[in-house]
Design a protein around this ligand. Sequence first.
Ligand SMILES: [Zn+2]
Length: 499
Amino acid sequence: MSLPLTLAALRRSPFSEERLRSRRVKDEMRENLSARLRTNGDAPIFPGIVGYEDTVVPQIINAILSRHNFILLGLRGQAKSRILRALTTLLDPQMPYLAGCEIHDNPYAPICRRCRDELARLGDDARIAYLAPEDRYVEKLATPDVTIADLIGDIDPIKAARGGHELGSELTVHYGLLPRANRGIFAINELPDLAGKIQVGLFNIMQEGDVQIKGYPIRLPLDVALVFSANPEDYTARGKIITPLKDRVGSEIRTHYPSTVEEGIAITAQEAWTRRNGQHLHLPNYVQEVIERIAFVAREDKKIDKRSGVSQRLPISAMENVVSNAERRAIRNNEKLVVPRISDIYAALPAITGKLELEYEGEMKGADFVGRELIRAAIAKTYDEYFTGANVQQIVQWFDLGGEIQLADSVPAVEALENLKEIQGLIDKLGPLGVSQKESPEQQVSAAEFILEGLHAHKRIGRSEERVFKAGDKAPAPREREKSFEKEEPPYRQRRQFN
Ligand SMILES: [Zn+2]
């Protein structure tokens, strides 16, 4: 379909005056959302947003149906920006505006002086241009140095001199980000970081369409869907947000981290770059689970700052590094199959440590130490999922009797498997991991190493920095040995309070 290019043609098209004149951007989003709700059935409204189906998404839908400006409150790495960007899918595929207008004026109801003059001069011959949804989304990270000029605009004396206008005439305004988002979506991330004065300007424009620029009153009755994001503590802290602005935010919607390890795995699988050209990748479930649990354990850890949270980007970049380390081994050893091992997770520390905001105690111990502790705790929990109640005494005994084995992350699978077979009872125990002796050496080594790492995480056997597995430093007392790792964790303590 060819789009009408003059106002006359526009009037006769489906973009009629009757339909568009008073249709604001929030009406448009509401209409398109309603249509999607009617026809989509159970399909997700925002594709690619995992784990929010029953919590965040219904609240966003309600906010849009209510034509609210809204804010997403959540810690980092909770897909807030991604959700805000997905709102463009609720905009029309094409939006007509008066060609040449910096603020994309509605052809039937222009607010800028230039366009009103143009319409008076050209009438139905006025030219029409179109915007795609992506071009109607403006995003700004709030920082304390954002000015009114950035956000709303500035008086441009050169423009005034050239055009022979008075300063303060709206023809002399150099528009900022917000007017340029007119008839679109304007997203401000980390809203509380915006200076109070700027918040006032923002509020005035939302409320009345009035704003003062360098002392000159300018009227700009903009049509913008305003959406924000913020850290919940910053947003609720007294004095961070001016009350009238807070009052104009129709809905406050809380985001959250994935509530189950399975959900986390689904997000990480979607986001991490693991499908690479080259070797065939086999990613064992227990490796995915350990990587995901690092984030879960970290979110509960006292040594890590609760206020800033642990981003979902941690397991995502860790996964990418784990696959790379396994890939490196496969390339070096000329192996066809890439199978990540637990040692590859330790090798992925550089993708983990930078994403942890440490509390004092954590800082004292160092990010590397804390990272290793988290991995170890994640291994212990994952091991318990597969091997609670399994008899591994024979394996532990082999080490207690002086057995030692080095398992560097660079060792070729065939060679490592030969060594691992010397540990009596180990290779027979891979069943719960879905690995039999018919599987490739790469898979068997990865699974066997997971058992050894699990035993090490539970302090049943020892391991040196050179990755030599050996007997534990001192055999733990039997009572302590039975105590499962999980029981030391907070969820158990909480549950016990109710008993
Ligand atoms: Zn205009």
